[in-house]
Design a protein around this ligand. Sequence first.
Ligand code: HEB
Ligand code: CA
Length: 342
Amino acid sequence: STGLTKRVVCPDGKNTVTNAACCPLFALRDDLQRNLFNNGACNAEAHEALRLTFHDGIAISNKTGNHGGADGSIMIFDRIETAFHPNIGLDEVVAQQKPIQARHSINPADFIQFAGALAVSNCPGAPQLPFFLGRKVATAPAPDGLVPEPFHTVEQILDRFADAGPVGFEDVEVVWALSAHTIAAANDVDPNTPGTPFDSTPAIFDTQFFLETQLHGTTFTGRTGVKGEERSAVRGEMRLQSDHLLARHNRTACEWQSFVNNPQKLHDRFIDAWLKISLLGQDQDLLTDCSDVIPVPKTINVQATFPPTLSNKNVEQACADTAFPTLASAPGPATAVPPVRR
Ligand code: HEB
Ligand code: CA
């Protein structure tokens, strides 16, 4: 081997790829960037595209023979699946994405995962996610009950992930996958306060989510007593009960804490966990690696920082093995995190 990868020039005359089968993805990429992601932004639609990859992929169960997974069923049978409670809000996302899928030669299963990988690349600090082309598509909708809910217990959530696919997910992999909530907001948990983010930096793929969920909660941004919600430490932010509990449970707390101020680990593990989700129910060996169509995200150089007025003394230490890292606090008085606007 020469150590060099051969590249082919696509029919468009400007893009090069390692596999010619990936060439049509450039036109799709441009279409998505322009017409869904507001010219390559880490916007609400980008966040939602990532959420959709998870809700399509995770709907597979070892108990019932591993049918489904990342097979596009949530888009093909959208009237059925977007009516499932945990998929609340995804009807709008599918409605936005479907016409774009329809005008390109890509099936819904590949489209969902491609849009998600592209979406993440728009968020500064994110890893470049891999994308594989050639999924087989769903012939039936997924059954209800396979997508985790924010009011589920840690045991329920870990059991569900362990049951997803023939191999399933280990406890630590569930934590890795939840890095996604660093670029996320809730629209429907409390519909009175749409766009309430899970960390103070929903447009940046940083480690603030893991830090901020470990702080003592003091406030609800919207209503009090919403099912699946816990107090957050920062005004304007939402803490899901599931994230709160995973940050504190003895099966997951040390892994959770290990991501705080560790962007390299965040990258490496999120690539692994997300790739696994994106291939659930599929055979990777039958797919074509088109990862080189996904742009390299902008890099960031930030230290994890306690929000203004908060510090190490506000940490609810849950990992028994290792102390929480000592970090600086952002200066000034407490401020509210603004909502993510659509
Ligand atoms: Fe998630 C969001 C839950 C996992 C991604 N989440 C979200 C929400 C909820 C949840 C409730 C909100 C919705 C509304 O809108 O309201 N998750 C959850 C749970 C779990 C999860 C329970 C398990 C534990 N995620 C996850 C994963 C992923 C995700 C794994 C991927 C990978 N999410 C997500 C995102 C978001 C969410 C991206 C955001 C969206 C927006 O922003 O819109
Ligand atoms: Ca963030």
